[in-house]
Design a protein around this ligand. Sequence first.
Ligand SMILES: [Zn+2]
Ligand SMILES: [Zn+2]
Length: 340
Amino acid sequence: MKAVYVDDAYKVVVKEVEVPVIAANEVLIQVKVAGICGSDIHTYKGLHPFRKPPVIIGHEVAGEVVAVGAEVTRFQIGDRVTVEPQTGCGRCEACLTGNVNYCGSRGAPGINGWYGTMAEYFAAPEQTVFKLPEGMTYEQGVLVEPFAVGVHAVRKARIGVGDKVAVLGAGPIGLLAMAAAKAAGATTLFVSDVMDYALETAENMGATHTMNIMNKESWTAEAKSLVGGEFDKVLIAAGVPGIIDQSLQLLRRGGRTVTIAMFHGTQTFDIHNLQNQEKEIVGCMTYTREDTISAIDLIAAGAVKEDAIISHRLTYEQAAEGFRLVDKKEDRSMKVLVTF
Ligand SMILES: [Zn+2]
Ligand SMILES: [Zn+2]
């Protein structure tokens, strides 16, 4: 089969490899669509903490089941599916309480021999596979994983009806988190970024206020006056220096920041703006099964404007171009899909 490799930093190539042989508990999926994720770009740059080149890239997928292992009971050939691309040990306290996302032995495509999704076929354990509801397209199905990240972040932030929410960073994850916040009842949805086209996409997806913060020194006061007050919740979807401090400046007393972005290096912030105002900073790692189920239901209910966020549909032969577009933010690239 053909598979898209990040062979070395900034080097994406298509190679011929054997179709994975499925284990008794696995499902073989013929990949229809795979997505390029921001975290794939970290791998592309050689910066990902655990997913290192050379690797078959990708963890976002939608496709059709073409084979099932002997122990598989819930899927059959021809099912249209997506995957929650993570596994836990199944025995630790995290796994047993439904938090596979922080299992100490968490597995994911691209590590420990599990192939990535950007290939003609992808093997996945049955418990990670989900049927697409009737009428859901593969393009909607491939958004389930990145949207589940947003659903999880919104849950960690405890966003509820009427909340004023700021989303810092208007990449696909930020915008999908915004869509999840809207679905959870947030009524003020402020989005900041340094790219005008990303902010236009945010508006097309339901942002109530946007701000280009390029070259702005202290924009947080302006953001608060724009929305008429302090924010209840802030979602950080851009891992840039100073952003934790900025999120604390945006928050009301007792407000909550959730960090979704991948950061490189140590971050510093003013503890005085946290401690005596009882603000909170909460980490956020992938999603749980509950989030994936919610993401599927919400996409089926129209919570994500997929035509607004999908910017490119490329063939797998064009994958290198797709990575370049996402990395350089060229040609108004947002969610770039690779088809097989
Ligand atoms: Zn992703
Ligand atoms: Zn575990």
